[in-house]
Design a binder for this molecule. Structure first.
Ligand SMILES: *Cc1c(COP(=O)(O)O)cnc(C)c1O
Length: 344
């Protein structure tokens, strides 16, 4: 297991020596005053001032929800920003590499290419499970980061707390656990482990269960050292004022009831789909989507499009042959999907 000093050694030297951009309002903390420091317009329209670069009000609310300390949370412009920052903080372009499970979320690969960091895919088993010891043998001397996603996109299954723990304990680098769908899962988040394992970064998002994809807000939860680095490297004003205010406001709506409804619909849609002769298999899901194996996925994908129903075609993705990923919608939307498929 790694300690904080070893985490520091994983950070790129240019990042370790970085002096972050100091924003105009870093020195003065009050709300009241005559602000002539930031070259803003003095004409009030609700948005003429720069946003809080530390997002303090929003963070205070989110740490309450997540049950963690303030120095353990980073807010990004979607979790995609956090993924990119992890590359930029830990991975030397052209030299280091990362490992991702496969199939999984496409952004890990896109970010690796943008950052000129080699990504190697560790293939999950046929049922999308994995053996942690095999993964630990798969990483190399140059592997800085392992990306795990649980519940995994597009397969929907969780990877298992004990198996993930074995990876965190056995790997001498950073383990990212992407929990974008954790709110739909019966398995609890691994967030309680961030105080125990300094090499663990948990990603969560408000884009799925919290219904705020349009506002772009992602969370990275980890230790102070890593969170501080992420905050130093991000653009100072990465979360705009409108998003900060709207998210804070929308966080007053509890999500539990909606999440329960989606879980119930997930069960119902799965059972109904299984009755169709051309549906071969539905993979067990802990997320707000299901991965469905058809006899000819492309054919049903095209037919659904003709009826104005758009699902995600994963039929050419390795490990997902003939599969469509179907998001669970409102009851009437799911009924429309089922009706369209029954007509075929
Ligand atoms: C949807 C999704 C995200 C969310 O990304 P945002 O940038 O926060 O919208 C992150 N990870 C996975 C695996 C996802 O499927």
């Amino acid at each position: 297991m790694l300690n904080i000093d070893q985490i520091k050694q994983l950070i790129r030297t240019n990042i370790l020596s970085l002096t972050p951009y100091s924003t105009a309002r870093d020195e003065y903390k009050g709300d009241l005053g005559i602000f002539l420091d930031a070259n803003e317009s003095p004409y009030q329209n609700g948005y003429n001032r720069y946003p809080d670069p530390r997002q303090e009000a929003l963070k205070k609310r989110l740490i309450e929800i997540k049950g963690i300390e303030i120095d353990r949370i980073f807010l990004g412009n979607g979790s995609d920003e956090a993924i990119d920052l992890i590359f930029r903080i830990f991975c030397n372009p052209g030299r280091d590499e990362v490992v991702s499970i496969s199939p999984s979320y496409g952004m890990y690969e896109v970010c690796s290419k943008i950052n000129d960091v080699q990504l190697r895919f560790f293939e999950l088993d046929e049922d999308f499970s994995f053996d942690p010891q095999q993964l630990l043998r798969f990483v190399s001397q140059n592997t800085k980061v392992i990306f795990l996603c649980s519940p995994n996109n597009p397969s929907g299954n969780t990877l298992g707390r004990d198996k993930i723990k074995a990876v965190i304990e056995g790997f001498k680098g950073i383990v990212v656990v992407d929990e974008a769908y954790v709110d739909f899962s019966d398995e609890p988040s691994l967030v309680d482990l961030i105080s125990q394992y300094p090499n663990l970064i948990i990603l969560q998002t408000l884009s799925k269960a919290y219904a705020m994809a349009g506002l772009r807000l992602g969370l990275a939860l980890s230790n102070r050292e890593i969170i501080q680095r992420m905050s130093m490297v991000k653009y100072p004003y990465n979360i705009n004022s409108a998003s900060q205010a709207l998210v804070l406001d929308l966080l007053r709506d509890p999500i539990d009831e909606k999440v329960e409804l989606i879980k119930k619909e997930r069960q119902r849609v799965s059972a109904e789909l299984l009755k169709l002769p051309f549906v071969i298999k539905i993979y067990p899901s802990q997320a707000n989507f299901i991965l469905v194996k058809f006899d000819q996925a492309q054919k049903y994908y095209d037919l659904l499009i003709q009826k104005g129903i758009i699902v995600r075609n994963r039929s050419h993705v390795k490990g997902c042959f003939n599969c469509l990923r179907i998001t669970i919608g409102l009851k009437e939307e799911n009924d429309a999907l089922l009706a369209a498929l029954r007509e075929i």
